[in-house]
Design a protein around this ligand. Structure first.
Ligand code: BGC
Length: 752
């Protein structure tokens, strides 16, 4: 094959081509000096750069070059603010370029199927639209700096238990509607430079060898033209992986892989064109990385550590979700004596453990930041590590609580309770944290609980015992100062839950099917993930998806939806006494036709910053896809006809106003003798004729009785065959393109 490189064309040998599709190091691609092909460096992210130091160990966790640590995805997602994500992506891009990194390995857009997944802190949401919008914004920001993204982990990597081997058994509709759309949105709108395949198997086939996934869906359906890279160590059999569409195996070098490729081409088992296509994509990636890039703007975060830190603080502030604020206890006045309790205030947990761990440029602690604005007395309340007697620590905390006007109580999941590599088995806080809450809340009724956790924790049984609960997730390196600003009111909370907080683990939809057995996990809940399940099955949760309070209040008025459903708009007014940001959420409740559908699904959102008294008109665009479901039989997105309720709400459970849109049924499908009787009955041409042939009014019931029968079988019933003797002609008429066109036009007119 001929390769055009800066140094001129060169013909690569088979061995050189085989070497190019396998990494040359833990983080480097192969260089072929004689052909002018250079190596590029890829490293982890995605909430900051994790570039192992030169000369350090290859994996480099905990020993990477200092970089700004932004809030991990669980935090960032709660901002519901794509613009913020885009700015964070751009800042990480600037830091990556400064370190000569070509590709940052993120974002992770896997769906939070179960709150137990150990890596949920690295993922955005239980909802595909929110995950996709935020992932796309981050990629846009990163790639605008000339650094490529690696959209991961494709696909159905929703647990850590046996992540390298487990087979996720998921039906196609569920994949298309829940687990794919975030990937699809990023791919189709941002053209990420790379997509990373996951470790697990998908319906029995390893993702790295899954042709349907890597070629049919990713390239043919979505038009992906970038490079597919393996997760680190996800490839068992290099040749089948290459044939499936996996371009680059990482890490390398792997002699057995390169030798297997060479042997397979020689034996004729592997078509050399398949290898050439993968090589071309590796070269295209190297070429993209070499393009001159726009210098980062002076004053942009990538230029100065302090500017990046300020952006990290802004991101942290928007990531915090105020769950409960009885009696408007928050914001606090600075004059009062504040008891700060909990080791997390002094030693924050600000990111998750595993491959994404960033070495921060600095870390703000809440204790320092709060002490700077109010008189503070501190008690650790608990210690990390085993074997520390908590009784004296709790007694000391209670004494502090009794002496304080207000208590800021920091609890959550210590490092080790959640991480990449394993899942949790329950949702509860460590016992000593729960004991501390009970003791402190009894000692001081003005107790504010501030949670630090990557995955959802249960707020039971202590929820009602405290007036205020702040979910602060993991907030990155500036979380401490962001919290102080928010608690004392120099910022107003604007975060919204990107995942539901259940009352009990047993209530979660995947409860009976997580994490599976015998290396197989069945996604038995299907499309009913997160709020789609709670809202449909009417299962109570502690806090619904989308929930979050503010220090001000917002009202919605003049909600309008275009007749054809393509647009919706609402006026949001800040009716309180101070500035704040609201997140109006648009859901659609589809009619139940042939397919089972969730009670409602998120189809749009916006984040609106408003001064006190200010109003803004917010518009939402709704395309056909917003009304579609994946039809497995037709193998495409289909809009069923009927009444769709477009709902505007503050959360998935708190719908404020709605409007109905009537959509015409799709052009009728082709009929055959194998079509079911109900398909004949619903068909605009055959329906009325059959009803009449069967005896007119009143006999529709009889036909409904046999509605699920294929016509061919009904015809075998004595007497029926004769009355339907002209069914063949009827089918031919109904399938005639002109008749179908007129029929669907008529259905549309009637639907108006
Ligand atoms: C993780 C990826 C990561 C890669 C490189 C894998 O174990 O699953 O998310 O990018 O390692 O560190």
């Amino acid at each position: 094959m001929t390769v055009r490189e800066p140094q001129g064309p060169a013909v690569l040998t088979l061995e050189e081509k085989a070497a190019l599709v396998v990494g040359a190091g833990f983080w480097q691609t192969a260089a072929i000096g004689r052909a002018g092909i250079r190596s590029i460096t890829v490293t982890d992210g995605p909430h900051g750069l994790r570039k192992p130091r030169d000369g350090g160990d290859a994996i480099g966790i905990g020993d990477s070059v200092p970089a700004t640590c932004f809030p991990p995805a669980a935090g960032l997602a709660s901002s519901w603010n794509p613009t913020l994500l885009q700015r964070v992506g751009a800042a990480i891009g600037d830091e990556a370029r400064a370190q000569n990194v070509a590709v940052v390995l993120g974002p992770g857009v896997n769906i939070k199927r179960s709150p137990l997944c150990g890596r949920n802190f690295e993922y955005f949401s239980e909802d595909p639209l929110l995950s996709g919008e935020l992932g796309a914004a981050w990629v846009q920001g990163l790639q605008s700096r000339g650094v490529g993204a690696s959209l991961k982990h494709f696909a159905a990597n929703n647990q850590e238990t046996n992540r390298m081997t487990v087979s996720a058994e998921v039906d196609e509709r569920t994949l298309r509607e829940i687990y794919f759309p975030a990937f699809e949105r990023v791919v189709t709108t941002q053209e990420p430079w790379t997509v990373m395949c996951s470790y697990n198997r998908v319906n029995g086939v390893p993702a790295s060898e899954n042709h349907w996934l890597l070629t049919k869906v990713l390239r043919e359906d979505w038009g992906f033209e970038g490079l597919v890279v393996s997760d680190w160590g996800a490839v068992d059999r290099r040749v089948p992986a290459l044939e499936a569409g996996l371009d680059l195996e990482m890490p390398g070098p792997q002699r057995d892989s390169t030798e297997a490729i060479v042997a397979a081409v020689h034996s004729g088992e592997l078509d050399e064109e398949v290898l050439d296509a993968a090589v071309a994509r590796v070269l295209a990636l190297v070429e993209k990385a070499a393009r001159p890039q726009p210098a980062s703007a002076p004053g942009s975060p990538g230029h100065h550590t302090s500017t990046a830190h300020a952006l990290a603080r802004e991101a942290a502030t928007e990531s915090i979700v105020l769950l409960r604020n009885e009696g408007s206890l928050l914001p606090l006045r600075t004059a009062q004596a504040v008891g700060v309790i909990g080791e997390f205030a002094r030693t924050p947990r600000f990111q998750g453990a595993g491959s994404s761990q960033v070495n921060p440029t600095r870390v703000d602690t809440a204790l320092e930041a709060i002490s700077a604005v109010a008189p503070v007395e501190f008690a650790p309340g608990y210690a990390f590590g085993r074997g520390v007697d908590p009784a004296p620590l709790i007694a000391e905390a209670v004494a502090v609580a009794q002496r304080s006007d207000t208590v800021l109580l920091f609890v959550g999941l210590p490092e080790g309770d959640e991480s990449e590599g394993y899942d949790r088995e329950h949702l509860t806080l460590p016992l000593v944290h729960a004991q501390l809450i009970a003791a402190v809340a009894a000692a001081n009724p003005r107790t504010v609980v501030i949670l630090s956790n990557g995955g959802v924790v249960s707020l039971e049984p202590w929820h009602d015992s405290v007036p205020v609960i702040v979910e602060s997730w993991l907030l990155g390196q500036a979380g401490g100062s962001a919290l102080a600003a928010l608690l004392f009111g120099s910022a107003s909370p604007s975060g919204r839950l990107a995942e539901s907080i259940p009352l009990r683990l047993q209530d979660t939809p995947s409860f009976l099917n997580f994490p599976g057995e015998n290396d197989v996990v069945r996604y038995g809940e299907g499309i009913f993930v997160g709020y789609r399940y709670y809202e449909t099955a009417e299962v109570a949760v502690r806090y619904p998806f989308g929930h979050g309070l503010s220090y001000t209040t917002f009202e919605y008025s003049a909600f309008e939806v275009a007749r054809d459903g393509s647009r919706a708009a609402v006026t949001v007014t800040n009716t309180g006494a101070r500035a704040g940001a609201d997140v109006p959420q648009l859901y659609i409740s589809a009619p139940r036709d042939r397919l089972v559908v969730p009670r409602r699904e998120l189809k749009g959102f916006d984040k609106v910053v408003l001064e006190a008294g200010e109003s803004r008109r917010v518009e939402f665009a709704l395309d056909r896809r917003a009304y579609s479901h994946w039809d497995v039989r037709a193998s495409r997105w289909v809009v069923a006809g009927g009444d769709y309720v477009v709902e505007l709400g503050r959360s998935a459970h708190d719908i404020v106003t709605s409007a109905t849109v009537r959509l015409a049924p799709p052009r009728p499908g082709m009929l055959t003798l194998d079509s079911r009787v109900d398909e004949f009955l619903r068909h605009p041409v055959t329906g009325p004729i059959l009803a009449r042939a069967a005896g007119g009014e009143g006999t529709a019931n009889v036909l409904e009785l046999v509605a699920s029968m294929p016509m061919r079988r009904l015809m075998r019933f004595p007497g029926v065959g004769e009355s339907f003797s002209r069914i063949g002609t009827l089918i031919a008429v109904a399938n005639n393109p002109v008749v179908r066109g007129i029929a669907s036009w008529w259905a549309r007119v009637r639907g108006r």
